[in-house]
Design a protein around this ligand. Structure first.
Ligand SMILES: Cc1cc2nc3c(=O)[nH]c(=O)nc-3n(C[C@H](O)[C@H](O)[C@H](O)COP(=O)(O)OP(=O)(O)OC[C@H]3O[C@@H](n4cnc5c(N)ncnc54)[C@H](O)[C@@H]3O)c2cc1C
Length: 491
């Protein structure tokens, strides 16, 4: 674009105030950036969508200062299982109530998406995100050092140094930028029913169930408090109009309860599909959330993946805005997040195929899907150094002397070491703005032994491990070269 560039309205302009856009905005302001977030609608999306959240994402809420509020809006899910038509378990995992995982949080909780989005928006507004509801984004105008979101309506545009397009599955910004979705090969019609259990003692479990019945594959998810979710795979001869008919829904639910026992709150017809954008950024514009990837919901990972985007991107934007790193750091966003999202979507599609295969009586399919060979993705490229257990994955979060580890780490980079830090170590860590904390190796036995230093990114991912701890300055130097930290390395 030629001509004078418009003045900056904010460091970051966010298009879309769903959970991903709002979390991205909150984490950006908490890291010292100014943010304007726009949405064409003031309303929180009312239909059934996300219900399950893993511990990594609960930890993002914790680091955003929202763990107590999340606890008030969520209930543990006590496992997951694939069962056959007789409800006999084929494969699964179960947790005792009160189980905490490696992050000292429940492995998975059920929540009510509109409720969580409500407190998230309030927290973001209180922290300084400027919300503007009403304007619809229709395009993007790029300038050498900034970008404008073109709007429909009285004000023609809003300009930021960067734009986060979190405008959902039909993202106008993604379309405008000409970024295609790459289909990962899954497409099925499903009916989603949210209900409230009015009568106790219906025998509904707190384990998420994939019921692989040849007559109809069904997912049942215990929701927050007395809520319950059913997802029914629709047959080819069951069009949307039929599926959304309340009498049809009552017939589907009859196996679990009557309308007097189960009050239907919300129903929605969806096509579950699996797509990932061919790239996650163009210039100063970054796609996040459903704008960048969509997954079948069987593993409860769509919004979780979007919040991973928000956390990954917000600290990098802050490092660049505050002059600690240059824009090369932002290239690592797509390098890291895209393969991770592809891996997660593949995982969920596997789960869908596994349900169909078990229902069809193909019992060898377990090894190929859930409980089988495909590991949960981790960061294999980008701002990580080396390979091996733990590298590119979130750092475990033990509780030490009653305090969760993250409460002891700084907001930025950290070094977790098992030996007293040397002068060189402290100097290298300080150059990165990292806080150093010394802990006993027994608190993280799978990752730490004596003479180990773990370099942890602001998003709590392990960037690399120095063994012996004395090689930490070299590790920081190698990462600085990769990540655009010119003050640390000639790069
Ligand atoms: C049945 C179902 C079950 C699910 N279960 C889970 C689960 O258990 N766990 C999980 O993690 N995820 C789950 N998901 C996925 C999850 O709901 C989504 O991934 C998540 O809501 C996406 O959030 P988002 O912020 O990216 O997009 P959205 O929530 O769609 O928000 C996009 C926002 O952008 C706004 N917008 C769009 N275009 C424009 C424009 N041009 N200008 C201005 N504003 C615009 C919209 O108004 C909207 O507010 C499920 C989804 C479904 C359908």
């Amino acid at each position: 674009m030629t001509g004078p560039a418009p003045s900056l309205d904010a460091d970051v302009v966010i298009v879309g105030c769903g959970p991903v856009g709002v979390m991205a905005g909150l984490r950006c302001v908490q890291r010292g950036l100014t943010v304007i977030a726009i949405d064409k609608s003031p309303d929180i999306f009312p239909l059934p969508r996300a219900i399950a959240m893993d511990d990594e994402i609960q930890r993002v809420f914790q680091n955003a200062g929202l763990l107590e509020q999340l606890r008030d809006h969520s209930t543990e899910i006590l496992g997951g299982e694939f069962v056959d038509a007789d409800h006999k378990r084929v494969v699964g995992i179960e947790f005792e109530p009160g189980t905490l995982g490696a992050m000292s949080l429940p492995p998975i909780v059920a929540f009510d998406q509109p409720g969580v989005e409500g407190f998230l928006r309030r927290a973001a507004a209180d922290s300084g995100v400027e919300f503007r509801f009403g304007p619809e984004a229709v395009g993007i105008t790029e300038w050498p050092d900034r970008v404008s979101v073109d709007l429909m309506g009285p004000r023609p545009s809003i300009t930021g140094r960067w734009v986060i397009a979190a405008d959902g599955a039909s993202s106008t910004i993604r379309t405008h930028l000409g970024i295609s979705f790459i289909d990962q090969g899954f497409d099925q019609p499903w009916l989603v029913v949210d209900a409230t259990q009015l009568e106790p003692g219906l025998g509904l479990t707190r384990i998420a169930q994939q019921i692989c019945d040849p007559d109809r594959v069904v997912t049942v998810v215990p929701g927050h408090a007395d809520r319950r979710r059913w997802e029914f795979h629709l047959h080819d001869d069951e069009p949307r109009e039929l599926a959304e008919d309340p009498e049809f829904v009552a017939r589907l639910l009859a196996r679990w309860g009557t309308p007097e026992q189960l009050r239907v709150d919300r129903i929605a017809w969806y096509r579950f599909h699996a797509v990932v954008a061919e790239r996650f950024s163009v210039g100063h514009v970054f796609l996040a959330g459903d704008a960048a990837h969509q997954t079948p919901p069987f593993n409860g990972q769509g919004m979780c993946a979007g919040i991973r985007d928000a956390e990954n991107l917000s600290w990098k934007l802050a490092e660049v805005a505050h002059g600690r790193a240059d824009e090369r750091l932002l290239d690592t966003y797509g390098i890291e997040r895209r393969p991770h999202a592809v891996g997660q979507v593949a995982h969920a599609a596997d789960a869908g195929r596994l349900m169909d295969a078990i229902a069809a009586g193909v019992d060898t399919s377990v090894e190929a899907g859930y409980g089988g060979g495909r590991p949960f993705p981790h960061l294999e490229a980008g701002l990580v150094e080396g390979s091996g257990p733990g590298i590119g994955s979130p750092l475990p979060q033990p509780v030490i002397d009653g305090v969760m580890l993250d409460e002891m780490l700084g907001k930025g980079w950290s070094v977790v070491t098992t030996t007293p830090p040397t002068h060189d170590h402290l100097g290298a860590a300080a150059a990165l703005g990292a806080t150093t904390i010394e802990i006993d190796p027994s608190t993280m036995p799978l990752l730490l032994d004596t003479d180990t230093a773990v370099l942890v990114r602001p998003d709590r991912y392990v960037a690399g491990i120095a063994r012996p701890a004395g090689v930490l300055p070299d590790l920081i130097d190698r990462l600085a070269r990769k990540g655009g930290y010119p003050g640390l390395s000639p790069g």
